[in-house]
Design a protein around this ligand. Structure first.
Ligand SMILES: [Ca+2]
Length: 106
């Protein structure tokens, strides 16, 4: 579809509300018709090149150390997000218990 084009979408009952319908608005067994128009197309976020993020020395190869460092960064970032979320929820006791669990040697 291009911007400005119009189409009609037809949804048969078995892909819509079925024989039960939806309240008093859509009777059972109804086929739904939608007239749509594409108003605008937007670009999504640029794709992330994870390989380049991992390849610190830009030699187009990934060493164990580069991969290990990347994974540590990801885990650290995830932990930071989890802690921030818990603090925002006022869960101080939960955080302490959670840290004790996550930091405990296995
Ligand atoms: Ca490398």
């Amino acid at each position: 579809m291009c911007v400005g084009e119009k189409r009609q979408l037809i949804v048969p009952p078995d892909l819509g509300y079925g024989e039960q319908g939806a309240g008093e608005v859509i009777p059972g067994g109804a086929t739904l018709y939608f007239d749509i128009e594409l108003l605008k197309v937007e670009s999504g976020p640029p794709p992330v090149n994870v390989f380049k993020q991992i390849d610190n020395d830009n030699d187009a190869m990934l060493s164990r150390e580069e991969l290990s460092n990347y994974l540590k960064q990801q885990v650290s970032s995830k932990l930071s997000q989890e802690i921030t979320f818990l603090f925002s929820q006022g869960c101080r006791k939960v955080i302490i218990a959670w840290l004790a669990y996550r930091v405990a040697p296995t």
